[in-house]
Design a protein around this ligand. Structure first.
Ligand SMILES: C[S@@+](CC[C@H](N)C(=O)[O-])C[C@H]1O[C@@H](n2cnc3c(N)ncnc32)[C@H](O)[C@@H]1O
Length: 408
């Protein structure tokens, strides 16, 4: 049922949401940090079932300024096993959390884990690019923070029947949502050699893509490919012997490529990031953890596009509303410490980027452009000051400014 529209405005939808009893804030008010990980606001720790959320304390620190305000709403776009979500709920006793996941089993597990906070949690079975629909259903105009922890969960990897792992034999499925969509078996048994080559190259960055695609096509003519172990062995045999000895299991890149294809991972991310940024209130924050270069590139580009002005570069003055809408909170991508990687090897490939929603018309102070610090006036003009010695070209305006101001 579609709820009736609530009053417009920043908190209009939120009042309505509360009034409908979807969340009742205050029934269980954990004291600040009572359930938070030891060592301050979220030092990494194994939670509940031994699951360790990646870069947990850094995520909590980055999200905190957006959540330490009245009536905060946090979206966990990939709630998974609820590890990050649990820590956010524990650290912020008034936060209401919307958790999305496309995997019904992940939702079942996170619902169990987050049961102590049930009155502040709303879990939704959704692909994260459906966030605008979810917010519209909940009559929320804005949210204060969004976390994306991309990729597969340890539960999905460790559950043999899901078929994500080349290390165990299972049906070739790889759907994060087993209730819909094509399986990895559909891909390997129906795509042409050219299509297989394309996805192996693009999503797996596999240099032996044509050889592997040809081997798949040959093998499936004998008998359809349905098992992960058979595919893993076939890939291993298709890769030249010297290359088998480097870069981990030879099937790793093929399995990554199939998983990305089956779940439409990159297109969902490309659509979800602008939607999430667009839903942030001023001062709201977005944190994204990615696990391979294709994801990280999309995040980097989505953030960079909004951290600069949209005005044509030749205009001497920025028209209203064309300033940056994001301030980058991380310089480049942050990675886990060696200690964290030793404690949780699955964190090894993690890259974290974060940004804050800002008013495109607000005057701003320092910013970094092309490695040089520039001062940005309220109405940027050619008097913009450079703190470096490069004064050869007048700076017309800060169109390309990457508004990075360090961590919070
Ligand atoms: C790395 S896990 C998240 C772990 C979580 N942060 C925690 O602490 O337990 C990623 C989760 O995102 C979900 N997921 C991946 N892509 C998704 C998408 N496009 N839409 C919604 N959920 C997605 C997966 O099903 C998985 O449960």
């Amino acid at each position: 049922m579609c709820p009736t529209p609530g009053p417009k405005g920043r908190f209009g939808g939120r009042t309505h949401w509360k009034a409908r009893g979807i969340f009742v804030v205050g029934k269980r008010q954990a004291s600040h940090g009572s359930g938070a990980p030891a060592g301050g606001r979220g030092a990494p720790r194994a939670m509940g079932n031994g699951h360790v959320p990646v870069l947990l304390s850094r995520c909590l620190d980055l999200l905190a300024p957006a959540l330490d305000r009245t009536d905060p709403v946090h979206v966990d776009a990939t709630v998974g096993l609820g590890g990050h979500a649990e820590a956010v709920l524990a650290a912020h006793p008034t936060v209401r959390l919307i958790g999305l996941d496309r995997d019904p089993e992940a939702l079942r597990r996170s619902r169990e884990r987050l049961a102590p906070y049930a009155d502040r949690v709303r879990l939704e079975h959704a692909v994260y690019d459906e966030l605008p629909d979810v917010l519209a259903r909940l009559q929320l105009n804005t949210v204060d923070s969004v976390l994306f922890d991309l990729g597969v969960s340890s539960m999905q990897l460790d559950e043999p029947r899901r078929g994500f792992s080349y290390a165990r034999d299972a049906p070739l499925d790889m759907r994060m949502d087993p209730t819909r969509g094509i399986t990895a078996a559909d891909v390997v048994n129906t795509y042409s050699a050219a299509e297989l080559t394309r996805i192996l190259r693009r999503y797996g960055e596999e240099r032996f893509a044509p050889r592997i695609a040809a081997a798949i096509v040959r093998e499936r003519q004998r008998e359809p490919l349905t098992s992960s172990a058979r595919l893993a062995e076939l890939v291993r045999a298709a890769v030249p012997a010297p290359a088998r000895r480097t870069g981990g299991h030879p099937a790793k890149r093929t399995f990554q490529a199939l998983r990305i294809e089956v779940n439409g991972e990159l297109s969902a991310l490309e659509a979800a990031l602008p939607a999430a940024i667009g839903a942030l209130s001023l001062g709201g924050r977005i944190v994204v953890l990615s696990y391979h270069s294709l994801e990280d590139r999309i995040v980097k580009q989505a953030f960079a596009a909004r951290a600069r002005s949209t005005a044509p570069v030749e205009l001497p003055v920025l028209p209203p509303g064309t300033g940056p809408t994001l301030r980058l909170l991380t310089k480049g991508a942050e990675v886990p410490s060696q200690d964290e990687i030793e404690a949780n090897p699955r964190a090894a490939s993690a890259k974290l980027r974060a940004a804050e929603r800002i008013d495109p018309d607000a005057p701003r102070g320092r910013a970094i452009r092309g490695g040089r610090t520039v001062t940005r006036p309220a109405t940027p003009d050619i008097t913009a000051t450079q703190t470096t010695s490069d004064t050869r070209r007048p700076r017309l305006h800060s169109r390309d400014t990457q508004a990075f101001e360090g961590g919070p």
